[in-house]
Design a protein around this ligand. Structure first.
Ligand SMILES: *Cc1c(COP(=O)(O)O)cnc(C)c1O
Length: 443
C-alpha cells in the first residue's frame, strides 16, 4: 500500500526505559513470552485482545509482602481487596495463599460468600451498606467497618432486632502529610470526630469496638504516610483503651501501596520512586512498636494493587496504521480504554512479540473505539508494525478487569498461566447473547 513519504523530526528525549542505553532508533522492547508461554501462541489459541495473568507473579509478590511484614511483626493478616480484581480464579489463589476477603459492596460480599469464604473471614467496608446487606453480614459474623453516623444508627437498630451486641470497627481518615487528603470515608481523627464516634458507640451500649481501620489513598509513593497513619491509629487505640476500656484486637491500615507502574508526570522509573515491601513494612511496624501501649494488636492489610498489578498483561494486535497530520504514526489496535481504565494515569510498559525490521519512529497507539479519548500510548518509539503484530501491555493486573466495560466492543477473554506453565481460561469473552441478556425489548 502506498504511503506518502514524510520527513519526521525525531524527539530523542522520547525513548523507552532501555532506549537511553542504545540507539533510540533501533532499540526494541521485546517480550515474546509470559512465564514460558509464547505470546503468539496465546493469541492463536485464545484470540485477541486477551488479558493474561501469571500465577507465579501473583504468588511471588504475595510472599514478598508477607515476608516483609511477618518478619517484623507477630500477627499479620492479608485481606484481599475484591474490587482490585474479583475474578473467582484470582480471588481463589489469594484465599489459597491464606488471604481473607475485603469487600466494599453487597455484591462483592455475596461473591466472597459464594466462593466459600465464611462471614468471619470477610471485612465489609464502604460507604454504602444497605440495611438488609448489613444485617446479613452481622448475622454471618463479618467484620463491619463503619463509615458514617447513619451506619452507627443502622447497626444499633440491627443490634436491637437481633438482641445482640455487635463487634465493630470504625474507618478513620486523617492527615498523613500527603495531598490530596482523603476525607470522605470514615471519621476524622485529627478533629476529634473519630473519638466522638467511638464515645457515641460506647454510650449506646449496643456495639463495641474491636478494630480501627483507615485506607489513606491509592498508589501511595510515600512509606512515611503509612508511618503517620499507623501512629494515629495506634494513638487512638491507646486512648480509647484508657477511656473506655476497649481491647482493640486489630488495626487495619487498608491498601494503597504502589505497584511498579509508571505514573504519567513522574519521570523517574518505578524502580526509583516506588517503595519496596520492606520499606512499607518498616514504616508501619516501626510506628506500632514505637507508639503502642498494652497488648500488641493484630495488623491487617488490605493491599490490592501492589499485589496483582504486575501479574497482569493485556495482549493486543495491530489492526491498521496511519500517518497523522503532525507526521506521527498512529496504530489502531484491538484493545481500547474500555479495557484499560488505568491508561489515563499510567505510561505502560509496552513490548513487541518479536523483533521487527526498520527504524523506530514516534508513534501513538489507539484502541478500536470510535472515541477521540481512546489512546493507550501517546508517544512511543516503534518500528513499522504490520497488521497482526502483537503488543503486550504491562502492568495491568489491578482494576482493569473489574473496571473494564462492554462499550462499543465486547470484553475479551482472560487466561491464567499456572505454576506449571499451563494456561486456563478464567473468563469467557462477552458476546451478543451476554450483552443482550438483561435487555427487555418493547413488544
Ligand atoms: C480499594 C481499597 C483497597 C485496596 O486498595 P489498593 O490501592 O488496590 O491497594 C483497600 N481497602 C479499601 C477500603 C479500599 O477501598
Amino acid at each position: 500500500m502506498y504511503q506518502k513519504p514524510s520527513i519526521i523530526k525525531i524527539d530523542y528525549t522520547n525513548t523507552q526505559k532501555s532506549g537511553a542505553f542504545g540507539n533510540p532508533l533501533k532499540t526494541q522492547k521485546v517480550r515474546s513470552e509470559i512465564d514460558g508461554v509464547l505470546v503468539e501462541e496465546l493469541i492463536k489459541q485464545y484470540g485477541s485482545p486477551l488479558f493474561v495473568f501469571s500465577q507465579n507473579s501473583i504468588e511471588e509478590k504475595y510472599q514478598e509482602f508477607k515476608q516483609a511484614f511477618t518478619s517484623r511483626y507477630p500477627e499479620v493478616e492479608f485481606w484481599w481487596s475484591y474490587k482490585t480484581n474479583y475474578l473467582d480464579a484470582i480471588c481463589q489463589i489469594y484465599h489459597d495463599l491464606g488471604s481473607k476477603a475485603e469487600v466494599v459492596s453487597a455484591f462483592e460480599y455475596d461473591k466472597a460468600r459464594r466462593l466459600g469464604m465464611p462471614g468471619k473471614d470477610i471485612i465489609f467496608n464502604g460507604p454504602y451498606k444497605p440495611k438488609e446487606a448489613l444485617k446479613k453480614a452481622v448475622q454471618e459474623g463479618a467484620k463491619i467497618h463503619i463509615d458514617h453516623w447513619y451506619e452507627i444508627n443502622d447497626l444499633e437498630s440491627i443490634a436491637d432486632e437481633l438482641g445482640i451486641e455487635i463487634p465493630v470497627a470504625i474507618r478513620c481518615n486523617m492527615n498523613t502529610g500527603i495531598y490530596p487528603q482523603w476525607s470522605r470515608f470514615g471519621f476524622n481523627i485529627d478533629n476529634g470526630e473519630a473519638y466522638d464516634a467511638i464515645e457515641r458507640i460506647y454510650e449506646g451500649k449496643k456495639l463495641y469496638i474491636t478494630g480501627l481501620h483507615a485506607h489513606i489513598g491509592t498508589f501511595m509513593l510515600s512509606a512515611h504516610a503509612y508511618a503517620e497513619e499507623t501512629k494515629k491509629l495506634i494513638q487512638l487505640k491507646n486512648r480509647i483503651s484508657a477511656d473506655f476500656g476497649y481491647e482493640v484486637e486489630y488495626i487495619d491500615i487498608g491498601g494503597g501501596f504502589a505497584s511498579k507502574n509508571r505514573l504519567k508526570g513522574i519521570y523517574q522509573p518505578p524502580e526509583v520512586v516506588v517503595p519496596s515491601p520492606d520499606e512499607y513494612a518498616e514504616a508501619v511496624t516501626g510506628a506500632i512498636f514505637e507508639y503502642n501501649e498494652g497488648n500488641l494488636p493484630k495488623l491487617f492489610l488490605e493491599t490490592g494493587r501492589a499485589l496483582i498489578d504486575e501479574a497482569g498483561y493485556l495482549l493486543t494486535s495491530v489492526f491498521a496504521s496511519k500517518r497523522l497530520l503532525d507526521g506521527k504514526k498512529s496504530y489502531i489496535v484491538d484493545a481500547g480504554v474500555n479495557l484499560l481504565y488505568t491508561a489515563f494515569w499510567y505510561n505502560f510498559d509496552i513490548a513487541l512479540d518479536k523483533r521487527y525490521e526498520g527504524l523506530n519512529e514516534p508513534s501513538q497507539i489507539n484502541g478500536p473505539l470510535c472515541m477521540n479519548i481512546d489512546t493507550i500510548a501517546e508517544n512511543i518509539m516503534l518500528p513499522p508494525l504490520p497488521r497482526g503484530s502483537i503488543l503486550s501491555i504491562w502492568p495491568v493486573g489491578a482494576y482493569n478487569v473489574t473496571q473494564s466495560m462492554q462499550f462499543i466492543q465486547y470484553r475479551p477473554r482472560v487466561v491464567l498461566i499456572d505454576k506449571e506453565g499451563s494456561t486456563h481460561l478464567i473468563r469467557e469473552a462477552d458476546d451478543l447473547e451476554y450483552v443482550r441478556e438483561k435487555e427487555i425489548p418493547l413488544k
